[in-house]
Design a protein around this ligand. Structure first.
Ligand code: 4NP
Length: 162
């Protein structure tokens, strides 16, 4: 059975999406489904290619015993046929993803927090913000991870995929 491939996308790929990737994988492990999912992250922009995540993102993850060694990369055309789901952290990310998606894209593109009861919740860009904003990112992506895992389970996709 092929794992479900999930790409988390933000603007710079140094704050929100590396946190989301790390948190989602942690939640998947806690839920006993780590073997059924593969994750990566990318940015719509190209300012931080090869960069480690922002130090504040690493501190936020560390507070929860998590880490990441992700190096910044930009979304590529191939991502749209490699991944099953591509999640934008905010609506601008989703708009940008839809704009660059090739005609043969097979990935579903969604706002990350769109699988819970409250529709269309954005993960705000914390880059010019405070450590509280990074903590808020952590809480939002934790919630998004739980909601998406619940959606996968509810719809049978974790066991029927492939
Ligand atoms: P991210 O935050 O999209 O959550 O990674 C940002 C990081 C860098 C920049 C913007 C947002 N930047 O303009 O360099």
């Amino acid at each position: 059975m092929r794992p479900i491939r999930i790409l988390f996308v933000c603007l710079g790929n140094i704050c929100r999406s590396p946190i989301a990737e790390s948190v989602f994988m942690h939640r998947a492990k806690e839920n006993g489904v780590a073997g059924y999912v593969q994750v990566d992250s990318a940015g719509t922009g190209d300012w931080h290619l090869g960069d480690l995540p922002d130090g504040r993102a690493l501190v936020t993850l560390d507070k929860h015993g998590l880490e990441t060694e992700h190096l910044g990369r930009q979304v590529s055309v191939a991502d749209f046929t490699t991944f099953d789901y591509i999640f934008g952290m905010d609506k601008a990310n989703v708009r940008d993803l839809r704009r660059v998606a090739p005609d043969n894209a097979t990935a579903e593109i969604h706002l990350f927090l769109s699988f819970g009861d409250e529709a269309s919740v954005e993960v705000p860009d914390p880059y010019y913000g405070t450590s509280q904003d990074f903590d808020d990112v952590f809480e939002l992506v934790s919630r998004g991870s739980e909601e998406f895992l619940a959606y996968l389970r509810r719809t049978g996709k974790l066991v029927t995929n492939g």
